[in-house]
Design a protein around this ligand. Structure first.
Ligand SMILES: C[S@@+](CC[C@H](N)C(=O)[O-])C[C@H]1O[C@@H](n2cnc3c(N)ncnc32)[C@H](O)[C@@H]1O
Length: 307
């Protein structure tokens, strides 16, 4: 059964995936869906799935990867959807029923770095999209992917790269801290307050944050340490037309599940005069049809050595 904010079973993940990501704005929801489909297609190209295989999708969320894989490969593909969030698993299960593919799917609740209930050498392919960014021990997760793969099995991962957002927040803080208060523009202070509420902004916070304490190169090393071979990583950085032009959607959506929306930050941390200044400055930028955003996504493929 699908969850909503009022459901007692809703959690951080279901609230963000089903509401917070697009602030309930139908146009933005459609645009996000199209963009996610692009990431998932690229991920599945790297997976080279074949009929009769078993796919384990870790952190399966709404089931995008699983259902798109079934569309591509057909009725002989078996998919294990696993997620730490029970509401997301139930949501994905309801979607599987709607699509008539429930019989091809199994659902396992577990954390990515401890795949309890998933047997050794049981999957031909492991996929995960936008999940490792939230896992503290990424090497442990990759070791678990390695454990559940058959000899010669493949992984294909797609992860957003958020380290640059944290480094930008840290740079803003460094500029502000280096000047006397009268030397810093009021808008710069507000921009930093906004970014610092959504990303770590000090060396120490970055070091402790699973979102920001690794680079794409670290991920290659983690995969190697977990025992994978034929590791290939592509970093895609695209400056693309912004998908957010509605002020309401902008302030009520958040860039990742752990980040509060700007509306909450403004309510809690801005005075009325600061809110006014912020909106007067930022709204024209956001509403400019020529505004752009930076999309950073890494794709990693690798293979478990043959027996
Ligand atoms: C950003 S969503 C991505 C969902 C899905 N992979 C997709 O591509 O649409 C992150 C998902 O990872 C799950 N998740 C978060 N932390 C996790 C963990 N430690 N282990 C397993 N799943 C986790 C969340 O419940 C959520 O469904």
């Amino acid at each position: 059964m699908a969850n909503d904010d009022k459901s007692p079973a809703a959690d951080l993940w279901s609230n963000w995936l089903l509401h917070g990501r697009d602030a309930g704005d139908p146009e933005l929801r459609e645009t996000v869906r199209t963009r996610v489909d692009g990431y998932v297609d690229r991920l599945l190209e790297g997976a080279h799935l074949a009929p009769g295989e078993t796919l384990a999708d870790i952190g399966s969320g709404e089931g995008h990867v699983a259902f798109r894989a079934i569309e591509r490969v057909g009725p002989t593909l078996r998919v294990c959807l696993s997620d730490v969030s029970e509401p997301m698993l139930r949501h994905a299960e309801a979607r599987a029923v709607e699509r008539g593919v429930r019989g091809q799917c199994t659902f396992v609740r577990c954390a990515a770095d401890r795949l309890e209930g998933m047997n050794d050498a049981s999957a031909d392919v492991v996929t995960t999209r936008s999940v490792l960014a939230y896992v503290q021990d990424k090497t442990a997760a990759l070791r678990e992917f390695h454990r559940i793969l058959k000899a010669g099995g493949r992984i294909s991962l797609a992860e957003p790269v958020m380290q640059d957002d944290a480094l930008a927040a840290r740079a803003m803080k460094a500029v502000i801290d280096s000047k006397p208060p009268e030397g810093v523009s009021a808008l710069m202070v507000l921009l930093h307050r906004w970014k610092a509420a959504q990303y770590p902004d000090t060396e120490e916070k970055i070091r402790l944050s699973p979102l920001a304490n690794y680079s794409e190169r670290d991920l290659v090393r983690f995969a190697q340490n977990a025992g994978f071979l034929d590791i290939h990583l592509e970093l895609h950085i695209d400056i693309v037309p912004s998908i957010l032009h509605s002020w309401e959607a902008f302030i009520n959506s958040s860039p990742h599940p752990l980040a509060p929306p700007l509306s909450a930050i403004m309510a809690e941390q801005f005075t009325p005069a600061e809110r006014d200044l912020f909106e007067r400055s930022m709204r024209p930028v956001l509403e400019d049809p020529k505004s752009v955003s930076t999309d950073r996504m890494l794709y990693l493929t690798a293979r478990k050595p043959p027996a």
